[in-house]
Design a protein around this ligand. Structure first.
Ligand code: NAP
Ligand code: MG
Length: 493
């Protein structure tokens, strides 16, 4: 029998194909050169006369000039919200309120591509995430709370739920439209009016949202949007016409706000930072766990308050998990946020990039070992490669402080008790993850971990029906679900 000849003339089959670029077109977004403030249903020039550009983190391109509200501007916005509350909105039939919220939800769905592109342009997050996470969840929050608007009596039986008045809402830059939705949807469903202060580096989707309100024909003054920096936030917090403050941001500013509202009678909820433990037991499905680790820390460049930034791996599977993790990190694509293949986008601002670099330098100095997969970062813009630290002691700054970037610290444990003790060794208490095959272990860990949200065999899952929030230095109060509605109501006690 003739031997089968091996053919030498063919080039070997490539083991991996490079992706062609697949950028989402930005033509769908039409920006004004300059935006005023959205007050009483109209665009008004800021009395402060201050403007500054919002820039794209991917290449530092200025996208539009945005107003910086001063004390007088905040005062006008609060006045418009008070007017709208007193003259119609608070005693509108609840089913009518629901109608507006349903409209907003539907318009967000219809315009989701436009919003997703703008969110990725202004904030730097991958379009895959803004398209598949931020936008669907934002619409879902409006749909969900629209459903409660005319059922408050059933939600809180025998407690006579009533709106509070004007809600002052201050949000951060990591999920601009989603945080807006988490705040505005329950506030309106409960019958309040709103003054919202978006973050300085990501105001554009909030300004585009004003157009959604116009399309939905929401009565003037029910939602007012005042852009600007921390000064506008502080003015809103201290304004005597505001009845409730809802804040999402850093623990540092949260503490300041708490001091500012003390004794004022204002209601307050704070959603602050985190340093979550993601705990991998040796019986966990390791390939899935590695996906959970990646999602936990590299989703949204790690600009996530509930990011699984401290990884605890049981010693017996440490080597295996690390090898799998490093291999998987090598497949992450860092680059243009508007490219549909991008996994890790741009860092939101130069300040945030500096903060990440400073903490990473401290990790190296304190003795941790750093690993970054080879990757080519774009020349313009703000970037940081996916990073993992091993040999980390619990006392290191990278194990204690929130980095808010794509940087993971890996620690190990031997027993469940040790895992709990180490996981709880943090001033924060927002979220945690547990990976194990055993249901009983999941339940016992969930009971013992001091965190507001605990995911089992998954990570970074959100749903409008499910309350989210922390304790200790992660703040208090819940958003989502009925828990998220109660802080916007007052009751007969
Ligand atoms: P930040 O500095 O606290 O800012 C949050 C918002 O507060 C921004 O709109 C900011 O304005 C405004 N602000 C600043 N100083 C203020 C003051 N004195 N009074 C009132 N408002 C003021 O936080 P960030 O750096 O934007 O966001 C990152 C932090 O937010 C992280 O620590 C993260 O963990 C946390 N976060 C928590 C959650 C949660 O749900 N728990 C969610 C997302 C983010 P500027 O526009 O000028 O910054
Ligand atoms: Mg920006």
């Amino acid at each position: 029998m003739a031997e089968v000849e091996k053919r030498q003339d063919r080039s070997p089959v490539p083991s991996a194909f490079e992706y062609a670029t697949a950028p989402e077109s930005r033509d769908i977004v039409r920006l004004e050169d300059r935006y005023g403030l959205f007050v009483g249903g109209e665009w008004v020039e800021p009395r402060s006369e201050e403007f500054a550009p919002s820039v794209a983190p991917r290449d530092e391109e200025p996208l539009a000039e945005v107003a910086y509200a001063g004390a007088e501007d905040v005062d006008l916005a609060v006045g418009a919200a008070r007017d709208a509350f007193a003259n119609g909105w608070s005693d509108l039939a609840p089913s009518e309120r629901a109608k507006y919220l349903f409209r907003v939800a539907r318009i967000l769905q219809e315009r989701s591509r436009e919003f997703a592109v703008l969110e990725s342009l202004d904030g730097g997050k991958p379009i895959r995430e803004s398209r598949d996470v931020d936008l669907p969840l934002s619409a879902a929050h409006f749909f969900y709370y629209a459903g409660w608007a005319d059922k408050l009596e059933y939600a809180f039986p025998n407690r006579r739920p009533r709106p509070i008045g004007v809600a002052g809402q201050i949000i951060p830059w990591n999920f601009p439209l989603l945080m807006l939705s988490w705040k505005i949807a329950p506030a309106l469903a409960a019958g309040n009016t709103v003054v919202l202060k978006p973050a300085e580096s990501t105001p554009l989707t909030a300004l585009l949202f004003a157009d959604v309100l116009r399309q939905a024909e929401l009565p003037a003054g029910v939602v007012n949007i005042v852009t600007g920096d921390g000064r506008a936030g502080a003015e809103l917090v201290s304004h005597s016409g505001v009845d409730k403050i809802a804040f999402t941001g850093s623990t540092e500013v949260g503490k300041e706000i708490m001091r500012a509202v003390a004794g004022s009678g204002k209601k307050l909820t704070l959603e602050l930072g985190g340093k979550a433990a993601n705990v991998i037991f040796d019986d966990a499905p390791l390939d899935q766990a590695v996906e959970g680790i990646i999602n936990g820390i590299y989703f949204n460049q790690g600009h996530v308050c509930c990011a699984g930034s401290r990884l605890f791996v049981q010693e017996s599977v440490y080597e295996e998990v690390l090898a799998k993790l490093k291999r998987r990190m090598g497949t992450l694509r860092v680059g243009d946020p508007l490219d549909k293949n991008t996994d890790v986008g741009a860092i939101n601002s130069r300040e945030q990039l500096d903060r990440i670099k400073e903490l990473v330098a401290s990790g190296k100095e304190e003795g941790a070992e750093v690993y970054q997969p080879p990757c080519r970062l774009p020349e313009k813009g703000w970037w940081f490669p996916p990073t993992v630290f091993t040999n980390v002691a619990q006392s290191y700054r990278i194990a204690q402080e929130e980095i808010f970037g794509p940087v993971l610290s890996v620690l190990t444990f031997r027993t469940p008790d040790e895992a709990v003790e180490k996981a709880n060794n943090t001033p924060y208490g927002l979220s945690a993850g547990v990976w194990t095959e055993k249901g009983s272990r999941i339940l016992s860990m969930a009971q013992r971990l001091k965190a507001g949200v605990i995911w089992a065999n998954t990570y970074n899952r959100f749903d409008p029906t499910s309350p989210f929030g922390g304790y200790k230095e992660s703040g208090f109060g819940r958003e989502g679900g009925l828990h998220g509605l109660a802080p916007y109501l007052t009751f007969d006690e």
